[in-house]
Structure formats: C-alpha cells, structure tokens
Design a protein around this ligand. Structure first.
Ligand code: GLU
Length: 505
C-alpha cells in the first residue's frame, strides 16, 4: 500500500494571513486532495515575541472562506494533536534530550554580549562569525567545558540554549521535488539554536519534530525556507529517521511591477486587497478580498495560477476542478508576477458563472442595507441583466440602481450631445409612441420601436441612446428593451418625460 499523503500548512500566528500564505495553503490542499490525502493546519506559535492573538482566527476564517477544509487542526483535532506548537512542549523536551544524549546537540551558555563581541571582531576583519566547528571549542558550551561545570551551571538555573552540532567537512545533499538536488557545504552552516532554557523550541527544531510526529509526507512551503532545508535535512539524520518528507519550495509571488516579492504596501499603493478577509487591529481595519467583492472561487482560481501551469488553454477552474487537474509537474520554479487586473478579470469570469438567484439574494441583502425598496421587482431578472457588467460583487447595487430609483443626474456629455430641437422632438415622439406598445415586454418593445424608428428614418443610435439616457442617466447599461420591460410602461414614460423637461430647460 502506498504511503498516505499528509501535508501541513504551518503558519506562524504573527499577523493576518497574507495571500502569499493563502497560496501556500492552497497548493498544500490541492496536492493532498489530488491524492485523497489529508490537509493539516499546524499553528507554529513558539515565538512569543511575535505572537498576535487574533492571527489564528484570521487564518482559520480565511481558509474557511476559501473552502479549504482542514482535516486536522486546532479546531478539529485528529490523532496527531495538539496542533498548536505551544501545546507540544513535552514532546520537544523529550526530543531535545534525545539529541543531547546522542551527541548531536549541546548546551551553550554564551551571553548575547559575548556573541555580539565576536561578531563585531569578525566583521572588522572582513569575516563572518559562524558558531560551528571552526570555533565552538573556544566558546562557552558543553563541548568546551567539563561535565561538572556544565551540570553546575544547569543546576544554578543559568540561561542556556541547545545548539545543533553541525557535522564537519561534509556536503549536505538535499532534494527538492521542484528544484532538484541542492548541495550545501556544512562549513557554511552555523550550529543552529534548537531549544531555549525557557522550554521553547525554535522554528527549525519544532518544525522537523512535528513533521515527523505528524507523519507529514510532503512539506510544501515558500521559497524563503529553502535555505533552511539543509539544517532540516541534517536533523532527520541526527534523529536517525530513515524517512524524510518530500520537499517542495514554491516560487515567490512577485510585485505587479519592478523587482521583488509582493508586499502589503503594493496592495496599499495600487489599491488591491492582500488579505483574504478583513483584518482588524488597534491600528484600524484593512479590508480583504471578501469585503472588496471578490468571490472565494475566483480568488482561489487566480492564486492557483501564480506558480502553477495547468497546461492547455483552460483558465477558469472551480476548486474541485483544480483538485483534479493539480500536479507538481505544472509548478514553476521561478516567481510569478501578481497582476491586479488579471485578478479582477478572474472575478468577472466567476461572477458570470454565478447563478442569477444567488446574485439576486446578494442584491436583496445590499438593497435592504441601503434602505432601498425592491418589493415589486424581479431581482433574479435584474441580476441576470446586470451580470455581464459586474467585476466585483460589491458593484451589484451600483450597476442596478436605476432599476429602483429614477436617475438624479444625467451624463453631462450625453446631455450636451442631445441638447437640440431635433433630438427633443425625437424623444417626445418616442414618448408618445410608448403608449401604443402593448404588451409592454422586451420582444414587443423591440419590434415596435424598431419599426417606428425606421418608418421615420431616424437614426437608431440616436433614438436608442436618448431612451437609454432617459432610463439610466448614462449611455451604457444592460439590454435596453429588457430594461424597459423591467421598468414597466409607467416608469419608462415618467423617465422619458423627465428628460424631455430637462432638455427643454
Ligand atoms: N512557520 C513557518 C512559517 O511561518 C512555516 C514554514 C514551513 O512550512 O516549514 O511560514
């Protein structure tokens, strides 16, 4: 039987979930689900200084909004809990003892000032201070001190860290499914701190211990963790674990223009959301994709194509289609540029796939919020009419407002264009002609009006433009005949009359 696929998304709760993090979560989810595997959420909260309490909830709510269902996590524990690292201290304590006993780790008592001193000295000589085989015997640790002395310091409760004893003169050869073989000389690595005297592990240690304990088969994470791969690799060796997970380091998401990785500031500058859902803190509230009117399906679809190429022409995918199409082969090694316009385009496409009834419900909710009466209206029909004009769900009321309210302002340019005797006469004739159209439905309106306009040799563009301006206040909008039907004869006449009066004035 092949091994069960188990992946984890392992964010540190240091703030809101950023869309870069969401993409990492998404690729983990897609990978797991494409094999019928498990998607695990592990909260890596060992760094108390950077801990932000609302962050975990933001991560959970964001994943929920996107439909990335968690199989095991802090809210739904599986067999490998707890799922917050701060609740797994006993395991780390046991595991660090194991490495201390086997000689793969050692206690170090160096004070911060001493290390700073060495660092400065090295810098002055143009060198970099690395705490490893070069100098560890000259520093204050259980390798350089005798056992009694070490025991005494521990008994006295002196502050310490436990460092990894990086093997000497070896080349570490690691594998990444996307990037192939990565070779690093051990000389360039420092003896990483794994554990501190306050009982807290560091990221590297807890991460590896947990991936092993939680039977993670694939570690899929951002490229920024690639430099940590060698130390993680060595930790597996040190524990004597024969099996490592497979590693995939995802390419960066790049800024819309210029160099470097996408940041929160790019969103602020250009005006697009960088969080899936809103983030509130003492500094205020930042809206997310949800609040800006993006659909979760569109957000996910767009993100999936940042760093992954499904092959072929198809661009629009639902989450389940992504699951069935996803494969590591389609992942790109190099960064993908974030394009806010493309983001909007995906949202437009997904809105077109949304049913009229669903849109009608959203519209109703928004109208109620704004205190606009829609009782007599066929919202499903209105939703269908305005759908092609929607880029954001939040545009819904704006693009359909004229169905509920007479125009208060008219497009200035259009008013100037139609401000002459001839056009006034044309509109007045159309207004009178309205009365004869029966039944007042789109088909009949189209047939009658077109016949009437051509009998009189009027320009279609002008006649229909005038009517549209009267109904909408603009020269653009949904199909004119359907919109006249929806407004009804009485309202249509009233609006035509209002424009006649304005043009007269
Ligand atoms: N806690 C790390 C982070 O915040 C996780 C890195 C990893 O997935 O190994 O991104």
């Amino acid at each position: 039987m092949s091994k069960k696929i188990r992946v984890r998304f392992a964010p540190s709760p240091t703030g809101p979930l950023h869309i870069g993090g969401l993409r990492t979560a998404l690729f983990n989810y897609l990978y797991a689900k494409s094999f019928g595997g498990d998607f695990i959420l592990r909260i890596e909260d060992t760094d108390k200084k950077r801990y932000v309490s609302k962050s975990e909830q933001h991560i959970l709510d964001s994943l929920k909004w996107c439909g990335l269902t968690i199989d095991e996590g802090p809210e739904n524990e599986g067999n490998y809990g707890p799922y917050r690292q701060s609740e797994r201290k006993e395991l780390y304590h046991l595991k660090i003892q194991e490495l201390l006993k086997s000689g793969h780790a050692y206690y170090a008592f160096d004070k911060k000032e001493d290390l700073d001193f060495h660092r400065k000295n090295h810098e002055q000589e143009g060198k970099t201070f690395i705490y490893n085989a070069h100098n560890r015997l000259k520093l204050k640790n259980s390798l350089s001190l005798d056992d009694k002395e070490v025991q005494q310091m521990l008994n006295e409760g002196q502050e310490f860290v436990v460092r990894f004893k990086t093997p000497e003169k070896t080349e570490i050869v690691c594998e990444d499914l996307l990037r192939g073989t990565v070779r690093v000389s051990a000389e360039t690595l420092d003896d990483k701190v794994l554990y501190k005297s306050d009982g807290m592990p560091t990221y590297h240690f807890a991460n590896v211990v947990d991936d092993n304990a939680m039977k993670i088969s694939h570690v899929i994470r951002g490229e920024e963790w690639l430099p940590s791969l060698p130390i993680h690799w060595l930790l597996y060796d040190a524990f004597g674990w024969k099996e490592r997970p497979e590693f995939i380091h995802l390419p960066l998401i790049l800024k819309p223009t210029g160099k470097g990785k996408l940041s929160k500031r790019d969103g602020e500058l250009i005006g697009f959301p960088v969080f899936p859902i809103k983030w509130s803190s003492d500094k205020g509230e930042v809206l997310g994709y949800r609040e800006a009117g993006y659909l979760p399906s569109a957000t996910i679809n767009f993100l999936s194509l940042l760093g992954w190429n499904p092959g072929g022409e198809k661009e629009i995918f639902s989450l389940s289609e992504l699951v069935s199409s996803f494969s590591v082969k389609g992942l790109n090694g190099s960064g993908s540029r974030f394009d806010p316009d493309k983001n909007l385009w995906f949202n437009h496409q997904h809105l077109q796939l949304t049913s009229d009834d669903v849109l009608a419900k959203c519209l109703e909710k928004e109208l109620v919020k704004k205190g606009i009466d829609s009782k007599e209206k066929n919202l499903t029909k209105i939703a269908a009419l305005v759908k092609p004009r929607l880029n954001l769900l939040s545009d819904l009321v704006n693009v359909s407002l004229f169905f509920f309210k007479d125009p208060e302002v008219y497009n200035e340019k259009a008013l100037r264009r139609f401000n002459n005797e001839e056009d006034l006469l044309l509109l007045s004739s159309l207004f009178v002609y309205f009365k004869t159209i029966d039944p007042f439905n789109a088909r009949e309106i189209k047939k009658s009006l077109e016949g009437y306009i051509s009998e009189n040799n009027w320009s279609f563009g002008k006649a229909l433009g005038l009517l549209r301006l009267a109904m909408v206040g603009e020269l653009s909008g949904p199909d004119l005949f359907s919109l006249l039907e929806e407004l009804g004869k009485e309202t249509s006449e009233k609006r035509a009359n209002s424009l006649i009066n304005i043009l007269k004035a």
